[in-house]
Design a protein around this ligand. Sequence first.
Ligand code: GRF
Length: 195
Amino acid sequence: MLRLAVLASGNGSNLQAILDAYEGGLLRNLQPVLCVADRSCKALERAAAWGLETVLLEGKHNGEKLSEALGRQLSDRRIDIAALAGWLSIISGKLTREWTGRMVNIHPSLLPEYGGRGMYGEQVHKAVLDAGEKQSGCTVHFVTDSIDGGKILGQSRVKVLKNDTPDSLAARILIEEHQLYPKILADLTDSFTAE
Ligand code: GRF
């Protein structure tokens, strides 16, 4: 079994979807063992309620220091795959290079559109609506030192509706995220163990 850490900063609904998928047997070769957060958040509560080990990297950690502390947590706990699920802090290039091919993220747009620095949360959906896009969606990709720029592993699409607000669009995309992320993690780790 490969060991999974989920990195979160917010509500943790993607974390929950991953935990549910594990319980449902979808993550055949991957076991959630750790949740790391960079701030106090609902995701940590969900993780603890599930019985996952939790680590809060807060306060004295910022910038490079946060990435160093994160890297130590991941290696101390012999993590194989790190899945960013609503994690908001920038991860240093040094750490992303050390984790090449083993660190993934989910982003609520059809990358490469509407990604990059500052494109998170409501900003993404507002930009999509302002541009009059007919569709949006979510993307799972490898994490590299280019923000939201790593190789795309999978996407799901949703139609943009006439009366959509950033909130309504975000909510519809989130439903797709909860399906897509566990599936991509399962496929990725199957490919590891087949090697
Ligand atoms: C999701 O929309 C994800 O794509 C983005 O942040 C949000 C996290 O939601 N990176 P949650 O904390 O998993 O509920």
